[in-house]
Structures are given as structure tokens and as C-alpha cells.
Ligand binder design. Sequence first.
Ligand code: HEC
Length: 118
Amino acid sequence: MTRIYSVLSFFLCSGIAAAFLFGNAGNGPSAQRAADVNKGMEIAQQICSTCHIVGKDAKGVVKADVPSFTSIADKPGQTTEFIVGRLVLPYRPMPDLKLTRLEMADVAAYIMSLREKQ
Ligand code: HEC
């Protein structure tokens, strides 16, 4: 049951994420710009680096229970939508960071830019 729930919430999550990312594409005045990797890097350094290692190299204190952004990026089958889903509905102890959807898309694009696996 728990498993079914988590599978369901994963799809729900990806659905929300996809709607966030693509829902408004090319829709008149509120048309969104494409995700910006550099903005995502700034957000990562300002907000996420309190807990995560956000760059390619581990600098400073590494928290053992927080995945680094490179390890998140290199998870098998990782996608931008999954990362945004995690930001929309974070697991504890990851806090809800109240980012805008554009900020989520930017930071997810930044994380995916760290991906080295195909
Ligand atoms: C207060 C500490 C904290 C902050 C700040 C934080 N995170 Fe996290 N994050 C965590 C922890 C702890 C986890 C692991 C949760 C778990 O056990 O699944 C996590 C997990 C994640 C995951 C899921 C990884 C996976 O493989 O399931 C993503 C994506 C993520 N964080 C992105 C971000 C982004 C982007 C930011 C900045 C906007 C951020 N986090 C800020 C603590 C934090």
C-alpha cells in the first residue's frame, strides 16, 4: 500500500512538474523563458548549499546524509521533471523552499547540467 502510494505520488509529482515546466509554453504574454542554468547555479549557491554540495568539487563541510548535486544528477534515469517534483513536494528532512516554478526549473536545469552519465 505504501509502495503504491509512493508510486502514485511520484507520477502525480512528475505530472505537476511537467505542467509547471511546459504548461505555459508559448501562451501569450505569460509565456515563460527557457530554464536558465546560470540562474539555477546562483540559486543553488545561495539557498541549497547550506545543506547540499552544489558544485562539481566537494568544498567545505560535507553532510553525510544529504546527497550532493552531482550524485543527484547522476542517478540512473534522472530527469529534470523528477528534480522539480522533489522541490514541489519535498521529502523530510528536505524543507519546502518555496521557490517559484521558474526558479525550480532553473535549479533543476543546473543540477542536470552536472550529469556526467548518459
Ligand atoms: C535544510 C537542508 C536542505 C536544503 C536547504 C536543501 N536541501 Fe535538498 N535535500 C536535503 C536532504 C536532507 C535531502 C535528502 C532527503 C531524502 O532522504 O530523500 C535532500 C534531497 C534533495 C533532492 C532529492 C534527491 C533524490 O535523489 O531524491 C533534491 C532534488 C534536492 N534535495 C534539491 C535541492 C535544491 C534544488 C535545493 C535548493 C533550492 C535544496 N535541495 C535545498 C536537504 C536540503
